[in-house]
Design a protein around this ligand. Structure first.
Ligand SMILES: [Zn+2]
Length: 280
């Protein structure tokens, strides 16, 4: 499957042109339909014609999911250090500053407390714009703190993932976040509290290999790329051609790795149904 977020034609949205001004027409990268941007936004950035889910950022997910768009955010200014003094091609600190200037946020995940149709939840939303939604120490720590709050307050947890994997700029410290988040979620499980994981395009690497696949229920958006290593690496490793649609949400559903493929326009309703079943 091609990565639609990579530029293949001039008219396609890229990370650099993420903030599209209202009133312009854009072309669906999947079916080439020309869509008025405001209409697309009203349709929660899903193509009317082919159902292609355009990538949206953390702010847009919060708008879609939180009752009346209201939420209380935690640790919003938690910052990463540069423990390895990493510099490639520029100092890690400068990469963090550039990511902040591009997005207005300080890390690749935001953790909030909010209501979904009146039911209180802890919600985390990853943001792919911030260094590819990569997981470093701050992402791990914010998730750990949120899990702790869920245990203390006995409220369910939802994480919307979008990630290229572990953050190489933090080396082994990033890999440790896999163990850290997974062990925290084990405590949540022992406490009998619900955790719903929602996978969006793309969810890969260390995030897939830790908290994203540990949900009591796992949903994914249509067409989302979900996997650990990329298809090229797997092909080279096993020396075989991969099946059609490999690593898409639909393929994973067929193989039993996830519980449902959920259209973004029904995501809030679906979460509400599950929450009501457990908590109302
Ligand atoms: Zn389309």
């Amino acid at each position: 499957m091609g990565k639609w977020y990579e530029r293949t034609e001039n008219a396609i949205l890229t990370d650099e042109k993420k903030e599209v001004p209202n009133g312009v027409w854009i072309k669906c990268p999947n079916c080439s339909e020309i869509i008025y941007f405001k209409e697309l936004a009203r349709n929660q950035h899903v193509c009317f014609k082919c159902n292609h889910h355009f990538r949206i950022n953390s702010e847009q997910y919060l708008e879609i999911l939180c009752d009346a768009g209201n939420y209380r955010e935690f640790d919003s200014m938690m910052l990463s250090g540069n423990p390895l003094e990493f510099s490639d091609p520029q100092p890690y600190r400068d990469q963090l500053i550039a990511a902040h200037q591009k997005t207005g946020i300080y890390e690749a995940i935001r953790t909030v407390e909010t209501l979904i149709n009146g039911i209180k939840v802890n919600l985390a939303v990853m943001d792919f714009r911030f260094i590819g939604g990569s997981m470093g120490s701050v992402v791990g720590e914010k998730i750990a703190r949120m899990v702790d709050r869920s245990i203390t307050d006995k409220i369910p947890l939802i994480i919307i993932s979008a990630s290229g994997g572990a953050r190489m700029q933090e080396g082994a410290l990033s890999l440790m976040q896999m163990a850290k988040t997974a062990s925290r979620l084990a405590r949540l499980h022992d406490a009998g509290i619900l955790y719903i994981s929602v996978l969006t395009h793309p969810t890969t690497g260390g995030v897939t290999a830790s908290f994203a696949m540990l949900g009591d229920m796992i949903f994914a958006e249509p067409g989302a790329l979900i996997g650990f290593a990329g298809p090229r690496v797997i092909r080279q490793t096993i020396g075989e051609e991969l099946p059609e649609g490999f690593q898409t949400a639909e393929f994973l559903l067929k193989k039993g790795f996830i519980d449902a493929v959920v259209d973004r326009r029904y995501l809030k309703k679906t979460l509400n149904e599950v929450l009501k079943f457990y908590y109302a």
